[in-house]
Design a protein. Structure first.
Ligand SMILES: *[C@@H]1O[C@H](CO)[C@@H](O)[C@H](O)[C@H]1NC(C)=O
Ligand SMILES: *[C@@H]1O[C@H](CO)[C@@H](O)[C@H](O)[C@H]1NC(C)=O
Ligand SMILES: CC(=O)N[C@H]1CO[C@H](CO)[C@@H](O)[C@@H]1O
Length: 199
């Protein structure tokens, strides 16, 4: 194979555009294991499963700090209790909205130099009570994931923006069981990939 002048021109054009605007990314995400990572974060009492991924192929505006907050609102989660810093292991409580009072979501962005997908990795869990101190219900990770996904899938509008979300399950990336999982709560090993398109 050799590069035709047209292909080279295309490459230069692509880099220029990338430098100027928010580009749609090229991959859903990179498997953290390939870069020495894991699908568990490092919370206070062991790892919380990163059981939902917002694809790097989503509309770029969804993957920004501001954009993901707006997207959460569109899904019925209020951002009133949000206090997270993306990229750092911080708890983000999507807390006081509608039917999801005790849903907790931590958000991590995959944007390091060796795996810059722009994807957001979420650790979703369901707590017993919003007032209790991170006391998960039985099966709290699987249920937290399923509730978040159920709230997100389909077409949702908020503040003049319409989002279309498609879900796909990925197995084989996260080990099933309770080994090394926060509070010893077993996970089913399913990671749900959400691809969000702004209409
Ligand atoms: C939290 O979730 C559990 C299980 O769904 C529910 O029984 C409980 O009432 C909820 N608590 C609050 C404060 O929303
Ligand atoms: C993903 O897996 C969960 C748990 O088995 C299931 O409840 C859900 O319906 C699946 N979602 C999709 C999109 O396949
Ligand atoms: C704070 C905390 O939970 N740290 C853990 C991070 O993960 C390593 C490896 O699994 C544990 O040894 C630490 O205890």
């Amino acid at each position: 194979m050799y590069s035709t002048p047209l292909a080279v021109l295309g490459l230069i054009y692509a880099s220029v555009v990338t430098g100027m605007t928010l580009q749609r990314r090229a991959v859903d995400f990179f498997d953290p294991a390939h870069g020495g990572g894991t699908m568990f974060d490092n919370a206070t009492f062991g790892g919380e499963p990163l059981n939902v991924i917002i694809s790097g192929l989503s509309s770029p505006d969804v993957l920004t700090d501001d954009g993901v907050l707006k997207y959460a609102k569109a899904n019925g989660f209020s951002q009133e209790c949000f206090g997270f810093h993306l990229g750092a292991p911080q708890t983000a409580n999507l807390g006081d909205g509608h039917n999801s009072k005790n849903q907790t979501v931590e958000i991590f962005r995959q944007d390091g130099p060796s795996a810059n997908s722009g994807a957001l990795f979420l650790a979703a869990s369901k707590e017993k009570d919003a007032s209790k101190n991170h006391d998960l219900i039985d099966d709290g990770y699987n249920i937290g994931r399923n509730e978040l996904v159920a709230a997100a899938v389909g077409t949702k509008s908020h503040d003049g923006v319409t989002y279309n979300t498609v879900a796909r399950n990925i197995t084989g990336m996260m080990p099933a069981g309770s080994n090394g999982v926060n509070h010893g709560i077993a996970v089913d090993g399913v990671v749900t990939l959400l691809t969000v398109s702004i209409q």
